[in-house]
Design a protein around this ligand. Structure first.
Ligand code: FAD
Length: 322
């Protein structure tokens, strides 16, 4: 029998998260001959999302549906994932390096007595081994890692591995596994969503990030206009969050979100080391700052020296013309 890879999927607001599709592509890159088994947890009605995993390369999907899986808890998801992992005995497990992925994978890895490589951004094959690249020291260096015994367990950073083309002619079974999910110690009474509505910041292809230079909550409005025109999301430095110009859910950096969009536009951000830790691996960085000596220009691919309040509206108008 060939190898098997289990991809633990995630959905948000009723839709599959993009990083789940990237995780399927990662599993394929790790072993293109392996059977790819997707899994999804939820309260009910996750069949469409399971089908979407098949259209993006999963051979089949196992869902676990239970009242106690309405929202994420480590106990609930842990029981569901362990039940599927025990039954499937996969050679590899892949999940997105998301808030849930970061929380649950070390617990599962320790239960399965397995190694774990977290936050991988690249996969290569060398001398018969699968080698994962991951950033260290807040993105200032990279290390290459292999797991030499037991199963390969890995989380992948969003926005680094291209999903496979969607193919709606792909067929595969979606089966439901009965798991008696119980003994949940925490009860989520209500979820209050703040900040990034629309495009998810950690998965956005384009981010317009404002810093203390934006000067006020009002000053962020032109950044939202530019982000809308580009189909992107708005982020912020801690300086802007501390000054209460925006919510902390937008914070990017060492103590905020780590992002790797195709395009990162830093607006009135000085480029402190803690901010760079969250965005310096973005594919293209554009910096807009009135101080030509600002550190942000040291990591920028393109820089504009000038007043953001003049540049941003002009840029938005130009983008709208395209
Ligand atoms: P500033 O450094 O004040 O920069 C504002 C910039 O705006 C300046 O470069 C200025 O030239 C420019 N500017 C002003 N007016 C205009 C204008 N009209 N047009 C154009 N440009 C203009 N920071 C983070 O961002 N993320 C983190 O996760 C984070 N974690 C931290 C963790 C620790 C333990 C510590 C100690 C700090 C952390 N910080 C973090 C804070 C970090 O050190 C900086 O203080 C912060 O990033 C500065 O934010 P800023 O660049 O918006 O503000």
């Amino acid at each position: 029998m060939g190898n098997k890879s289990l991809v633990i999927g995630e959905a948000k607001a009723g839709a599959l998260r993009n990083v789940t599709l990237e995780a399927i592509a990662a599993a394929k890159q790790m072993d293109e001959d392996a059977e790819i088994v997707g899994m999804l947890c939820g309260e009910s009605g996750i069949g469409d999302q399971a089908q979407e995993m098949i259209y993006h390369g999963a051979d089949r999907v196992v869902t676990v549906e239970h009242n106690n899986l309405q929202t994420y808890t480590p106990e609930g998801y842990g029981q569901a994932i362990m039940a599927v992992a025990d039954e499937e005995s996969p050679d590899a497990i892949v999940m997105g390096h998301t808030a849930i992925g970061k929380d649950i994978t070390p617990k599962i890895a320790s239960k399965l007595d397995s190694g774990l490589i977290s936050d991988a951004i690249g996969i290569e094959h060398e001398d018969g081994e699968t080698v994962f690249t991951r950033p260290i020291y807040s993105g200032k260096a990279f290390e290459k890692k292999v797991i030499r015994s037991g199963r390969t367990f890995v989380t992948i950073r969003p926005n680094n591995i291209k999903p496979l083309e969607r193919d709606s002619s792909q067929s595969g079974t979606v089966s439901t596994k009965d798991v008696d999910v119980k003994d949940i110690h925490t009860v989520i009474k209500d979820v209050i969503r703040k900040g990034s509505e629309g495009v998810d910041l950690s998965e956005a292809n384009v981010i317009v990030a404002g810093g203390r230079g934006v000067k006020s909550e009002e000053g962020f409005k032109p950044l939202y206009d530019l982000a809308d025109a580009l189909g992107g999301a708005v982020g912020a430095s801690r300086g802007a969050c501390d000054a209460e110009y925006c919510d902390y859910s937008l914070q990017i950096g060492q103590t905020g979100k780590v992002v790797t969009p195709d395009l990162y536009i830093a607006v009135g951000v000085s480029g402190a080391i803690q901010h760079l830790a969250g965005m310096s691996n973005s594919k293209v960085i554009v910096a807009i700052n009135k101080d030509a000596e600002s550190n942000i220009f040291n990591v920028a691919d393109y820089g504009i020296v000038g007043d953001l309040f003049e540049i941003i509206p002009t840029l938005t108008e130009e983008v709208k013309k395209i």
